[in-house]
Write a protein that binds this ligand. Structure first.
Ligand code: NAD
Length: 483
């Protein structure tokens, strides 16, 4: 069953870039769902701010269309949609100009939480942050939410942090990584720290290795020119996968408290070894299945940007010495799936003759599709065939466990926005964490750029380049199937 909804405080939320793709697909439909659940109360307001000249009515119409398109039909309640739309306003503002700010200021109410979501290109963060203050729109309690990408290397991330720090305190800055808002990702912490069962085994003595996979079937067509400046390492590994790795590898924080959790994650990032070139495989999808390849999609015939990366990462501390973390992510792969798989070691001695049937225990945390967890355990094969072993899953699918109520689970963006209103930064990245992640990433990227490394081609619909299989085989391990 889904836990009781506790309404958040009354707020005025301004979405800069309120007419953009992210706002229309995720932020605004998500806020409607929180309104429908009663978590956003009817005296809160949402103000879209963007460059276009729109009336409140135009903006409401746009949001009504977003709800129609991006909220499942079963959640459409016409009266509630009307009530939600009546909470919306729009102000035309150019982040780089002075017009519109006083209008925005006049809409801000005293004594309610003020939050400003920067759903715009990072190059505008500094302009918006400064004008929020110079025009007196923000107050000392205001929160700002910033989107990825947070820098493209250490220097740019430091510059962005410094720019924001001129206007807002760290306690007011919410750097969003929507992976941290996923139900299963938070459940990972509950599984680790609310059960006695796993934590004693959670170390290299008992864990053979960890695999983190984020596989996508989509190509970069349509946004290839943009993607080509980043690639899988910057787009996925430095942020989302790094966050997942931290949650698996971190020590128990003393409390589920923002800085306690983030301190522990930071220690993990700082304990990451530099990655050896031979432990990295980069790939680019080829043409196939009636679609062009990466090079065509990126509109860059000599592109050396990776649409796939696999790597072996070591966390150098007492807990993890000797347990590698294998990460892989890519576009145009066989299936869309994200999971973390923790593979345990063999029992020290087997009393059974059936070595053939034996498999390792694996704890699989599925982020998508079908969020849930799976613990693979050994049992006796049922029946009269003697003591033969077989592996079965202890399966917990959230959708199954929750039935109809599964639809009420907030998606990552909704949950994180409610955390902003509650003033809880636990699931947001702190500035030093982001910088530490770039400090680890930079030398890896510089090394392949320095020698002009070209990614290996891979066929679409597969699990990636051949060399990625070798990365595991070399260590007498294998990737889990992407399906
Ligand atoms: P978009 O191009 O669809 O929308 C940009 C929005 O910013 C529009 O509302 C536009 O009017 C506004 N804007 C542009 N220049 C402006 C200016 N000078 N002053 C005021 N408003 C201005 O972009 P998007 O896809 O919505 O992405 C927004 C941000 O979120 C980007 O930084 C992007 O990298 C990030 N992001 C997007 C997604 C996604 O799924 N779309 C996912 C993760 C992160």
């Amino acid at each position: 069953m889904v836990s009781r909804v506790i309404p958040v405080e009354v707020f005025d939320l301004v979405i800069f870039g309120g007419t953009g793709d992210l706002a229309r697909r995720k932020i605004l439909p998500g806020l409607y769902r929180r309104f429908l659940s009663g978590q956003m109360t009817s005296d809160s307001r949402i103000i879209g701010a963007a460059r276009g000249e729109l009336s409140d009515a135009d903006f409401r119409k746009m949001v009504a269309e977003s709800i129609a398109e991006f909220v499942p039909k079963g959640r459409h309640d016409p009266a509630i949609i009307e009530a939600f739309l009546s909470r919306l306003h729009y102000v035309a503002i150019d982040a780089k100009g002075e017009g519109g700010w006083d209008n925005l200021k006049s809409l801000m109410r005293p004594d309610v939480v003020r939050a400003f979501y920067f759903s715009v290109a990072p190059s505008l963060f500094g302009d918006i942050a400064a004008r929020l203050n110079t025009h007196g729109v923000a107050d000392a309690q205001s929160r700002i939410v910033v989107e990825k990408p947070f820098g493209r290397d250490l220097a740019s991330a430091q510059a962005l942090n410094a720019t924001l720090a001129q206007q807002f305190a760290e306690s007011q800055i919410y750097r969003i990584d929507h992976y941290l808002g996923k139900e299963t990702v938070q459940n990972l912490m509950a599984v680790r720290f609310a059960n006695i069962l796993f934590e004693p085994l959670w170390k290299s003595e008992y864990i053979d290795h960890v695999q983190i996979t984020v596989a996508e079937t989509v190509s970069v067509e349509g946004r290839g020119a943009y993607y080509d400046k980043s690639g899988a390492m910057r787009d996925m590994v430095q942020n989302h996968m790094m966050q997942l790795l931290c949650l698996i590898a971190m020590e128990p924080p003393y409390h589920f408290d923002p800085d306690a959790v983030r301190d522990e994650k930071l220690k993990v990032i700082r304990a990451l070894d530099p990655v050896r070139p031979e432990d990295i495989v980069r790939g680019q999808y080829l043409a196939g299945g009636g679609q062009g390849g990466y090079v065509a999609h990126s509109e860059n015939p000599s592109s050396k940007t990776e649409s796939y990366i696999a790597m072996k990462v070591n966390v150098s501390n007492w807990r993890w010495k000797g347990t590698p973390f294998y990460l892989r992510t890519g576009k145009r792969l066989r299936a869309r799936t994200s999971e973390i798989a923790i593979t345990f070691k063999e029992p020290p001695h087997s009393i059974f003759d059936d070595a053939e049937g034996w498999r390792e225990n694996v704890l699989v945390i599925r982020l998508q599709p079908d969020e849930g967890m799976n613990l693979m355990v050994m049992i006796k094969e049922p029946g009269p065939g003697g003591m033969r072993l077989m592996q079965v899953p202890l399966d917990m699918s959230f959708a199954e466990a929750l039935g109809d109520e599964a639809e009420d689970i907030p998606d990552a963006y909704e949950r994180l926005i409610m955390d902003v209103i509650r003033g809880n930064q636990t699931l947001f990245m702190r500035g030093d964490e982001v910088e530490a992640a770039w400090a680890w990433t930079d030398p890896i990227i510089n090394a392949w750029e320095g020698k002009g490394d070209k990614p290996q081609g891979y066929d679409p619909g597969t699990s990636g380049p051949e060399d990625a299989l070798m990365l595991m085989h070399r260590d007498a391990r294998r990737w889990r199937e992407i399906r």
